[in-house]
Design a protein around this ligand. Structure first.
Ligand code: NAP
Length: 356
């Protein structure tokens, strides 16, 4: 099956927005008993359960939200090998498509729009996109997390930086680009993502360096072993990148200054690609501080449930889970959120059409 690439420049986003505006759709207000924000395994599972409970949920799947297409992180992942039920693995994109179809089948209304802000100050709650406002008796927040970036000279998107001109946070999205073919490449990080990115990049690069700040990996043993047994991967332990520089007049990445944090020595590493894989941060900015967050920005939920600090607002998936962060655990909490929401809606006597 051909893979669909959703990552793209912001231009199409603006175009779609203009098209919608031109159609006079702006300012549309809709009412629902349950609004789900997010379209990864958590959001779709919440929608499937809610739809089967006849709550007729509305789900916002986002449009290039945080630079990733509808479906979130899974859409850029290599084949998923640990999601139960798929012994031969499944492409993340395909898994999400299946979840989406299942949510649609039971009556979920899906909008390919990004939620820009919410108003949780009073029930019913308000959920805003550029095109519409949804008034909802209950909300499930399932917006996941986005990749973290590093800051050092040459790491930015501006004229002096090499972001998207040799630097990336997604090997699956960008690794096949001609500028990386048969060139030395580097990955920063020591977790499963870094191992995965490095292994993937061996398909394209002449050699892949993993630059890790410590002398042991955080990654699972199976992923470590896969990376360490590859003849094309070399690990630079106890090392951090302190600068990225360009090559010739092309304005693309030419190499890195790498510091050994034990000896303090700075060495030169000629690479044409640098992939940052140092973990993720929760996508909670649009909440505008209206839900309690922990010190790392994750939504706080009542232990053993998906209840947040606002009654009637529930959180599922990675946006509230910094420990497990797996697709299958996200799906599990999505199910919990729908059941918690259904119970809440019964308690407040919410009925179809009653919030009109
Ligand atoms: P992670 O497990 O949090 O690992 C992040 C890595 O980046 C760590 O090694 C960390 O170093 C390093 N790091 C963090 N901040 C850094 C900085 N400022 N400078 C340099 N290095 C830095 O993140 P992840 O690898 O993205 O994985 C996230 C979750 O997804 C995990 O639960 C993982 O198991 C899961 N995942 C699973 C798979 C799979 O099963 N195939 C694939 C990808 C991800 P330290 O080690 O020093 O902390």
């Amino acid at each position: 099956m051909a893979r669909i690439r959703f990552r793209c420049d912001p231009a199409p986003k603006r175009l779609v927005s203009l098209l919608h505006k031109a159609r006079g759709l702006i300012g549309l207000t809709m009412k629902t008993r349950l609004c789900v924000i997010g379209s990864g395994p958590a959001g779709h599972t919440a929608a499937i359960y809610a739809a089967r409970a006849e709550l007729k949920p509305i789900l916002f799947e986002g449009w290039m939200a945080n630079d990733v297409g509808p479906g979130g992180q899974y859409t850029t992942a290599p084949p998923i090998e640990n999601f139960p039920g798929f012994p031969d693995g499944i492409l993340g994109r395909e898994l999400i498509d299946r979840c989406r179809n299942q949510a649609l089948r039971f009556g979920t209304q899906i909008f390919t729009e990004t939620v820009t802000k919410v108003d949780f100050s009073a029930s019913p709650f308000k959920v805003f996109t550029d095109l519409r406002t949804v008034i909802a008796d209950a909300v499930v927040v399932a917006t996941g997390a986005l990749v973290k970036r590093l800051s050092f000279p040459g790491s930015g998107d501006g004229p002096k930086g090499f972001w998207k001109r040799g630097m990336s946070a997604c090997a699956v999205c960008d690794g096949a680009a001609p500028i990386f073919r048969n060139k030395p490449l580097a990955v920063i990080g020591g977790g499963d993502s870094a191992m995965e990115e490095a292994i993937y990049l061996t398909k394209y690069g002449s050699k892949v360096y993993i630059i890790h700040r410590r002398d042991t990996f955080k990654a699972s043993k199976i992923m470590q072993n896969r990376a360490l047994s590859s003849p094309n991967i070399e690990v630079l332990w106890n090392s951090v990148v302190v600068e990225a520089y360009g090559e010739g007049e092309r304005g693309v990445l030419g190499g890195l200054k790498v510091e050994n944090v034990v000896s303090g020595e700075v060495s030169d590493l000629k690479v044409s690609g640098l992939f940052i894989a140092i973990g993720r941060e929760p996508a909670t900015k649009f909440l505008g501080g209206q839900l309690e967050l922990d010190s790392d920005g994750y939504v706080v939920t009542k232990p053993g449930s998906t209840h947040t600090s606002v009654q009637g607002v529930f959180a599922a998936g990675e946006v509230q889970d910094k420990k497990y962060r797996q697709g299958i655990t996200a799906a599990g909490t999505g199910c919990m959120a729908a059941l918690d929401a259904e119970h809440y809606l019964q308690e407040i006597g919410s009925q179809e059409g009653k919030s009109d």
